[in-house]
Write a protein that binds this ligand. Structure first.
Ligand code: HEC
Length: 174
């Protein structure tokens, strides 16, 4: 993927994740008794570096905060357009359209992403559903292997998993 500029929206995520943005966290929030705290993003750098992830990453480790932070930014850039900013998926995702394609399923606990082990989710994301399923299966879920490296794919999956309630995280097959 290109590491140059990222969107301001992604920057806002980065700031929140890095602890610079959330309301009420610092001293400034204490005295306020009325009104809703707001997050102000005033910085407008043209280039932002993504969260750095240490080391070879070979799994979607939800306890790795840097990995999850990177994954959230990448998710919003590469996946949210179909799977939804809140992982909610597209409407009627179980019903094929007139051309036989399934809409994008949710990645939250209402979908069936969590029914797959990490390794399968990795393969699907890397090579796409058509190649994953084979046998001439047709799908609009492309593979992201030429846009995201392996660490970045694990990061996106770590972010998705981090959004599941603990009981769903535990229920996911290994
Ligand atoms: C162009 C729309 C689109 C984008 C962008 C997209 N997907 Fe998908 N995705 C789909 C569709 C449609 C399906 C269902 C495919 C099928 O089963 O035929 C799907 C299915 C999946 C599945 C399988 C889910 C399951 O329960 O079986 C995974 C995992 C997945 N996508 C991950 C991702 C990730 C990660 C990204 C971002 C890197 C992403 N997708 C971006 C459309 C998209």
């Amino acid at each position: 993927m290109k590491r140059g500029t990222i969107t301001l929206r992604a920057l806002a995520f980065a700031l929140i994740l890095l602890g610079c943005g959330p309301p009420g966290g610092g001293e400034s929030g204490q005295a306020l008794s009325t009104g809703t705290p707001s997050v102000e993003v005033t910085a407008t750098p043209t280039e932002v570096s993504l969260p750095q992830v240490e080391g070879p990453v070979e799994n979607a480790d939800v306890s790795n905060a840097q990995l999850v932070a990177l994954g959230e930014i990448l998710y919003q850039q590469y996946c949210a357009s179909c799977h939804g900013a809140e992982l909610e998926g597209q409407p009627n995702w179980k019903i094929r359209d007139e051309n036989g394609y399934l809409p994008a399923p949710p990645h939250d606990e209402t979908g069936h992403t969590w029914h797959h082990p990490d390794e399968q989710l990795f393969e699907i994301t890397k090579i796409g559903t058509e190649a994953f399923v084979g046998m001439g299966y047709r799908s609009t879920m492309i593979g992201f292997g030429d846009q995201l490296d392996d660490t970045e794919i694990w990061a996106v999956l770590a972010y998705i998993k981090s959004q599941w309630p603990p009981r769903i995280q535990r229920a996911q097959p290994k």
